[in-house]
Design a protein around this ligand. Sequence first.
Ligand code: ARG
Length: 585
Amino acid sequence: MRPSLLTDLTAKVRAAFVAEGLDPAFGRVQISDRPELGQFQSNGALAAAKAAKMNPLSLASQIQTRLETDEWFSNVSITGPGFINIKLMDWVLAQALAASDAILAPAAATRGKVVVDFGGPNVAKAMHVGHLRSSIIGDALQRHLKFAGFDTKSDVHLGDWGKPMGMLITEVKLRRPELPYFDPAFTGPYPVEPPVTMEDLETLYPIAAAASKADPVRDEEARTATAELQQGRAGYRALWRHFIDVSIAGIKREFASLGVYFDLWKGEADVDPLIGPMLTDLKARGIAELDDGALIVRVGEPSDKKEMPPLMLVKRDGGVLYETTDVATIIDRVKSLDPDLVLYVVDQRQHEHFEKVFRGAIKAGYAGKAVLEHVGFGTMNGADGKPFKTRAGGVLKLYDLIEMAKAEAEKRLVEAGIGADYPPEERATVARQVGLAAIKFADLSNYRLTNYIFDLERFTKFEGKTGPYLQYAAVRVKSLLRKAMEEQARPGAIAITAAEERDLALAILRFPDALEETIKVRAPNVMCDYAYTLAQRFSSFYAAHHIMSESDTALRASRLALAALTLRALETALELLGIEVPERM
Ligand code: ARG
């Protein structure tokens, strides 16, 4: 495991509890809520005393006495009914910082295999802000997991197999019935050139969807086309293949502009060959049953507070559903990737869907050793508190959102007088980096299940808890270090003497805890808080102390080393959040 000051500290406090004949679990240590009393605190004496029927204050003081013999601690005090406050010797911080290479380095993959299912765009539809959250959170989680030593595989899990495909086929058929895809007598080969562009698909899909909704005849046609596609009708498959290829090209561009990458570009349709055998197996083993013509698996449990509807695998018309492909995808992933954990980073509104799918897969024994987990998130809302819509009332396309963010960032840069003298290419790069940082940080800094309000003006500010503020902070340290290099001032051994240095050191050293906590709660807002505190503490340190103008060279070298470590920690945190730091700004 990555070394952590907090872990070492916890070991010491645990040992003190054990020496008193108590459970080590009581020795948990946390960052102090009241920094004026201590850097760390342990509240375990209260619960331990209760369990052992002791007086909490006297137990706390016994622990205190034991801790006081340890040379690590400069002060151990007790407040209230038995809270233990701890301060460390400055040399302990300096020593921990000297070993920070191990703290800030990526780990080798030894902690098991995790599949991260995120993004989830749908064929023929433009990616919208709903996919944005999934992509940003999923990407941040995959980066954290990888860095912490998990072997990750991300899968975009393209939505390419449901009724929308049938709707599109019928829409194209209506407009261009002469195309060979619709001629059952045609024996191929089908044209290589796609009959539609991404733009065509984006216009056709909403029209087709509206028609299906308004007209039962069209809806029936779409349903039939979907079933025929799924059953393998050659012309439909060929046409559908074009939809996929055209869409993937567009979707890849969008993800690239967001700086998000996937290991696997699989889709719902990829598991189609597994569905037949899966259904046969489920029927044979009596796990699935026929219910009014549909094939279902009952997944309700007596302990359910709310009734859980059954998992539906085949509709009465023979079509398979989103649920079916998700169960089959579990079979596929378990077989081909053998994961220990599968995370589904998808809108919380799909929670019941995943609950049904997971229960069904486990009931059928398909999950193997894999833990299946839905990592849900809330919505990005407009000022009205409802899921964000464009002024025209439509869903905002991801592409347009990114363009808006870039434009807003550009405006901010001009306001701040940054980059007026940069070459145009660099200006564009910085605007892109700042715009994306604004969106990503605003999204990630909220706990994922919390809804938040989209406010580009606030997100792009250089002050406050924003992505651009953190980029600016990092760039400031970079330029300080660059200047030091030019003046041949080298970083040296770190000595902690001032309060701001102490606070900064403590902030840096929290990195391993922030990383593990982010992974544990599957929520990058923890790392956002880490980065923000770090930047703020650096700012206080920098305001209070000379660095380049410091005449004591050992002190200057120590402060430069502290600055260099801050930069490394900040850049690492931002990289884990998927945020780039410009060279200058
Ligand atoms: N395509 C889906 C949607 O747009 C999201 C897919 C999420 N992943 C999954 N395995 N179901 O809602």
